[in-house]
Ligand binder design. Structure first.
Ligand SMILES: Nc1ncnc2c1ncn2[C@@H]1O[C@H](COP(=O)(O)OP(=O)(O)OP(=O)(O)O)[C@@H](O)[C@H]1O
Length: 700
């Protein structure tokens, strides 16, 4: 309708003087019996005084005043982007003015009169997965209706608005059907004030007529007040009063017939054009109006039982309808723990090495270990094969080294011609060992050191294999091999004699998995909630943001408990990770880490509503935590600049504590186990408080 007069979002200047003049004049000449005085007295359902509102640099409402008499239909008209939805949001209480006042039934907007208001946002504001019945049940519960009343009203509205059968989900309805469901939600609790943002878009003319008849009967018989925005301008002729907005100002406010008469126009559209011309002329002459006082926020207890029950029910219903998501989320930690245990900490096997055995060449030889054997090198290579090395034999040393250089083998092992003789002298008569025997009994190894893990593994394998082989050779010669041992006796206070990297890392891995899943789930749940238009509607019904958060935390905690139990069963029962201490204490620490993740997820979701930023923040912090938390490399080895900070990160101390519990069997007050608990609790509380502050002070 107003397509040719689309608002300029950078509208400058204030036209309040002229606007107020036009408006006053309209009111003076108004002869509508439905009209009442503009002050927010007894007769006003809604009164707006000197409203200012801007989004960043864009001034959206500009010294706007309006008055909606009780029991009337008020049509709010204006071009796209002129600020109608913003104004409605301020009346409903989900948006705050920068300055000015909004009164609803004589009380400041945003107070406790949500049960008297029915709000239909511009977007449908519904949960796509729910059926019509479930949608009406949820919003009925939020507003505090009893079940019988919800059923009764649902039947009535389904009939009135010709809503489709109940079984299908709302997302599968047509646009017009969805708008009707949305209207039904607004009408559900029989509110005294209906605020409807374009309720008849996508509705056919017959049904539109019917809906308007219903509005008229509501205002006529029931004393209900309706504020309605519409782009079908002719519709607004049926309203008792229309307000015409432009550039964030109300240019006129009066009965449609009065406005048309005053401007000698046949349609309201022509009235709008005439007013726009007058406003443009005033733009050049009128200065900026003073701002009114900033309204004070209304204080209230942020959590109500009824709201919480409805929200938790809604979240649980959403999960029931998204069982795949629920299954994936619940099993994710088990999958991550399994992948970790299967992938990390095991010794490499089937490593190929190049071998040049100058003692026997390519001929077959006897690998049995016998004292004084001329082919002891074969026995040694047999030992290496038993340790899982794969041998590739070469004729010359150069070919063997070339195979390492080409990446075909990991090392080349060269055994000299008189190896067996030298070895025998070393084992049997070492005092008489000559220089040539010493050199001949040495094995030359050329390794590819570019892969540190594999190179060290090969080195350890060769040392250990040779040690065993040499002890066995000494024994086969009837000598005591114990005399050759390094004279150090090793014993374990905690842990096994053969420590395992997987076992070392699993406490930190469990904590970090539960933490990061908490972060991601919360951030995305809040993102979805924020981006759903249903949030506007839920907030308009008096649900607080703190209640929304708490309901999410409740559901997430239920999921998290299952995640933790499954992840621990997987780690301890399936992969045999060490658990010497209390399972309960370990679970508690994991729950706290999960809570810390949830709190951090809340902070991220408050700071940004971009999925990319959320993903980057979550992954970035995860890597920082994993790298600095002592999970994969000891903190003792960390750079001195980073170390003091790393100790304060949320999972550093808690990883140590969980390791003490799991590997040493320590209790809460043994060593500094309690410090890990304190650290993660402190982080959770700080992050949670921060997110609550951010949420509280977010205006839009
Ligand atoms: N959350 C927001 N952040 C920044 N700018 C916003 C926000 N909401 C609205 N705006 C801007 O404020 C102006 C008024 O928007 P509003 O939705 O109130 O207009 P409207 O009159 O309802 O438009 P329409 O008839 O198309 O729905 C527009 O320029 C819009 O881009």
């Amino acid at each position: 309708m107003f397509g040719d007069l689309l608002e300029n979002s950078t509208t400058e200047g204030v036209f309040s003087a002229l606007v107020n003049k036009v408006r006053d004049w309209s009111l003076q000449t108004n002869n509508g019996g439905n009209e009442i005085d503009v002050s927010h007295g007894v007769g006003s359902a809604v009164a707006v005084e000197g409203a200012f509102k801007r989004y960043g640099r864009v001034q959206v409402l500009h010294d706007l005043s309006m008055d909606v008499p009780k029991g009337s239909i008020y049509g709010l008209l204006g071009a796209s982007g002129c600020g109608k939805t913003t104004l409605l949001g301020c009346i409903v209480g989900i948006k705050r003015l920068d300055s000015g006042n909004v009164y609803v039934f004589g009380e400041r907007a945003g107070g406790r009169n949500e049960s008297r208001i029915g709000y239909m946002p511009q977007a449908t504001g519904l949960y796509g997965e729910f059926t019509v019945t479930e949608t009406l049940r949820f919003f009925g519960r939020v507003i505090g209706m009893d079940e019988a009343k919800i059923d009764e009203r649902s039947r009535y509205l389904v009939d009135l608005l010709a809503l489709p059968p109940h079984e299908g989900s709302v997302a599968n309805l047509s646009g017009g059907q969805q708008r009707r469901v949305s209207l039904a939600v607004a009408l559900l609790h029989e509110p005294e004030l209906l605020i409807l943002d374009e309720p008849t878009v996508g509705v056919d003319c017959t049904l539109r007529e019917l809906i308007w008849e219903h509005f008229k009967s509501l205002t006529g018989n029931g004393g209900v007040t309706i504020i309605i925005t519409t782009h079908y301008i002719e519709e607004a002729r049926q309203a008792n009063r229309v307000g015409i907005m432009r550039g964030g100002c109300l240019m006129a406010e009066s009965a449609p017939a009065v406005l048309m008469k005053r401007h000698q126009a046949e349609t309201l559209e022509r009235v709008f054009l005439a007013l726009s011309v007058e406003q443009n002329q005033a733009k050049r002459t009128v200065g900026i109006a003073a701002r009114a006082d900033r309204p004070k926020a209304t204080g209230r207890w942020p959590i109500e039982r009824g709201h919480m029950k409805a929200l938790v029910w809604k979240n649980a219903l959403w999960l029931r309808k998204n069982l795949t998501v629920l299954a994936v989320v619940t099993l994710l930690p088990v999958v991550m723990v399994s992948v970790f245990c299967l992938a990390i900490g095991h010794s490499p096997f089937d490593l190929t090495v190049a071998v040049v055995n100058q003692e026997v060449g390519f001929r077959n030889c006897n690998s049995t270990l016998v004292c004084g054997s001329e082919e002891a090198s074969c026995a040694f290579l047999g030992y290496l094969e038993e340790r899982g090395l794969v041998m590739r034999y070469f004729e010359s040393e150069g070919d063997a080294i070339a195979s390492v250089m080409k990446g075909e083998t990991y090392a080349s092992i060269v055994i000299r011609r008189n190896y067996s003789r030298g070895l025998h002298v070393r084992a049997y008569d070492w005092q008489g060992l000559s220089v040539s025997e010493l050199a001949g009994s040495s094995i030359d190894v050329f390794r590819d050191l570019s892969n540190k893990h594999l190179a060290i593994h090969l080195q350890i394998t060769l040392y250990q294999t040779f040690q065993q082989f040499f002890y066995d050779y000494i024994e086969s010669c009837g000598r005591r091999w114990e005399a050759m041992k390094v004279p150090v006796q090793w014993e374990a206070v905690y842990g096994s004699m053969n420590p395992n990297f997987t076992d070392f890392s699993i406490p930190g891995v469990l904590l970090s998995i539960i933490f990061i899943i908490g972060v991601i789930l919360t951030a995305y749940a809040m993102l979805i909630e924020r981006n759903e238009a249903s949030l506007e509607r839920t907030l308009a019904m008096g649900v607080t943001k703190v209640e929304l958060l708490t309901a999410h935390i409740v559901i997430e905690y239920a999921i998290m408990s299952t995640q933790i139990v499954l992840a621990m069963l997987c780690a301890f029962l399936v992969f045999g990770m060490t658990i010497e201490g209390s399972l309960l204490l370990s679970t508690l620490l994991l729950m706290l880490a999960g809570f810390c993740g949830i709190s951090y997820g809340l902070v991220i979701s408050c700071v940004s509503n971009s999925p990319i930023i959320i993903a980057l923040a979550a992954m970035g912090s995860y890597f920082a935590i994993v790298l600095t938390g002592g999970l994969i490399w000891p903190i003792e080895a960390m750079h001195w600049l980073l170390k003091p900070f790393a100790l304060f990160f949320p999972l550093t101390k808690s990883t140590e504590s969980l390791r003490h519990i799991m590997h040493k069997g320590w209790g809460l007050f043994d060593g500094d186990v309690y410090v890990g608990f304190l650290s993660v609790i402190t982080w959770s509380l700080v992050l949670l408080s921060f997110s609550v502050v951010l949420i509280k002070f977010q205006k839009n």
